[in-house]
Design a protein around this ligand. Structure first.
Ligand SMILES: Nc1ncnc2[nH]cnc12
Ligand SMILES: [Zn+2]
Length: 331
């Protein structure tokens, strides 16, 4: 099965590029930029990656990305991940990135954008990988700041696929960002949002109704509301579920208890992703292998999850057709 899962062309719709920062690269970038880390060794960093909840993780995630200073750092971060992902059979990644987390520590939008865009272009030329760009906004910061950053990013709008909404979900409802999402829609951008990870099922309804998003990142708490489940099924709204992330952040106790099998049984359009692979114990292939072990899923289920992801990915129709055909041949 491991071999089948390795060669299966896999598509990831939910990945934070800053969450791919492996401790080894963190140390290298710290050295390059003359930054003193609060960790003495790579082992110490890894030992710190035990979280009680989303906020516990976010504190380390924002701290870790402090080593990213130059355009080259952003390029290296992304390229490092793209190579690893392509090496394990990932053919497409829709990548979130968090400009506000860099602006707030004095790193310009241009520095982050130029480094990430260069890595995307290099990967698309030199690896068998396509990359979608999702500019994410931090929901625990103000709506005014988000709008201001979105306007500042105008020179890059045509190179973005979508905007997203992430960071601390509790008490930061989607409706807070209604104006931003309307503005992004007018600018021709697609929209996605994290909802129903730690926040209530009502936030999923709200993201659909008030932000007009086309997919929900996580969404696992939809099961608390039968009418919502029925709506997600009828509209075939894609959920980008992140199994290892949910275990790491204690959204669920253990993978065997994850609602994924129930979500599939209910006929929802499910995909799986790695979220922040450097922090949550593995990339997209590891998530596949863990689900196989926990749920006993066979080839058909994994084919379906990746077909779903390919159908919804931010990529050209030409590449989608090529990859869909390749997926069918790999079965
Ligand atoms: N799992 C997650 N939820 C919310 N915001 C995030 N930013 C990075 N990973 C995240
Ligand atoms: Zn996420």
């Amino acid at each position: 099965m491991q071999e089948y899962l390795s060669q299966l062309p896999k598509t990831e719709l939910h990945l934070h590029i800053e969450g791919t920062l492996e401790p080894e690269l963190m140390f290298e970038l710290a050295r390059r930029n003359g930054i003193e880390l609060s960790y003495a060794s790579i082992e110490e960093v890894k030992a710190a990656y035990r979280f009680d909840d989303l906020q516990g993780f976010l504190n380390l995630y924002y701290q870790g990305m402090g080593v990213l200073r130059t355009r080259q750092d952003f390029f290296d971060l992304a390229m490092d991940y793209f190579k690893r992902a392509a090496g394990e059979g990932v053919v497409h990644i829709d990548m979130h990135f968090d400009p506000q987390a860099h602006l707030s520590r004095g790193v310009s939008l241009e520095t982050a954008m130029e480094g990430l865009l260069e890595a995307k272009e290099r990967a698309e030329r030199s690896l068998d990988l396509s990359v979608g760009m999702i500019m994410a906004f931090l929901r625990d910061r103000s709506a005014e700041e988000a709008l201001q950053v979105f306007e500042q990013a105008k020179p890059y709008w045509e190179r973005l696929d979508a905007i997203g909404l992430d960071s601390a979900e509790r008490d930061n409802p989607p409706s807070k960002f209604k104006t931003l999402f309307a503005r992004a829609g007018e600018a021709g951008l697609r929209r996605v949002a994290h909802a129903g990870e730690e926040g209530p099922a009502a936030y999923i309804h709200e993201a659909l109704d008030e932000l007009d998003v086309e997919r929900i990142d996580h969404g696992v708490r939809c099961l608390e509301d039968d009418s919502l489940v029925e709506r997600l099924r009828a509209e075939q709204v894609v959920l980008t579920v992140c199994p290892l992330s949910n275990v790491s952040l204690k959204v669920i106790d253990q993978l065997e208890e994850h609602p994924l099998p129930r979500l599939l049984e209910k006929g929802l359009k499910i995909t799986i992703s790695s979220d922040d692979p450097a922090y949550f114990g593995g990339g997209l292939l590891d998530n596949h292998v863990a689900c196989h072990k926990a749920f006993g899923w066979g080839k058909d289920t994994f084919a379906k999850l990746n077909r779903n992801a390919l159908e919804e990915a931010f990529m050209s129709e030409e590449r989608r057709q090529i990859l869909l055909e390749r997926l069918e041949k790999s079965l």
